[in-house]
Design a protein around this ligand. Sequence first.
Ligand code: COA
Ligand code: MG
Length: 299
Amino acid sequence: MKARRCELSVPGSNMKMMSKAAGLSVDEVLLDLEDSVAPEGRPEARRTIIQAARELDWQGKRLAWRINPVSSPYFYQDLIEVAEAAGDKLGAVIVPKVNRPEEVYTVAALLSAIETAQGFEQLIALEVQIESAEGMFNVEKIAAVAPGRLEALIFGPGDYAASIGAPGLTIGGKAQGYPGHLWHYALSRIIVAARANGLEAIDGPYAAFKDPAGLEETALQAKLLGCDGKWAIHPSQVEPIQQIFSPVPEEVERAQRLVEAYKASLAERKGAARFEGEMIDAASVKMAERTLRRAGIKA
Ligand code: COA
Ligand code: MG
């Protein structure tokens, strides 16, 4: 699977921004029909997204579109119109505000029918946003409902804060006065549900795009917890996020040395061994193998 270190969100109503996004070096661009597009603008934005998907040169990056929630009146046209007209150009659909597994099943069933009817050769993958108390409560069931089609769970910090009653006003922002990572529980729960089902876990956006230090701090926290990537809402956020979620060469080299040292200790019939001032054993090798897999090296 291609990496999803950064997903850049672009309003689907804005052809100029979509053209700019097409030229950026980013793993995934998502063309939005939900909260960045005013409700009256959505029918036209569907057509603009179809045109952008078909006509712009996306330079091989993964292209997704975000529909409105399954409970909204926009949902079916967002999904069907865009998928029928440009589903061969769009690698994934992002479903926001998922509360229950049935919603994911509904989207997956419609996609299967559209793909067959249109003769598309590639499946349109699914990514879902967990951004409500109900969605978090059901995240384990949601993560398991569409194997082979569902690829990623995405945290939605703005809607989630509103849903649970946390008082912040900055989407994905830090909280003054809270001594720790405000979204530790939410992100960790999403990551566990994702990993238990072989999915990727993606952190949501950091809306304060004039605060690069805050962006980097939250991206690093998400990476250290186990996330694969993070959303961006502005071009200036793309490069730092791509960088933070890329393998660090020194860590990759150390992982390779660790695996070699462990093999040597096994040859001496030892399960635990000394390595660069630490103890390593089979668990260390699993950690090293994950670092190597992220770097595209077969462990
Ligand atoms: N994708 C592509 N291009 C973008 C962009 C985005 N998300 N956000 C800004 N740009 C472009 C601007 O068009 C501008 O291009 P130009 O230099 O060719 O004129 C350039 O980047 C600099 O933008 P800037 O002037 O700093 O910001 P802005 O005032 O134009 O836009 C926002 C600020 C927040 C309105 C805009 O970044 C945005 O709409 N972001 C996405 C919102 C979104 O998708 N929300 C839903 C997901 S949470
Ligand atoms: Mg949201």
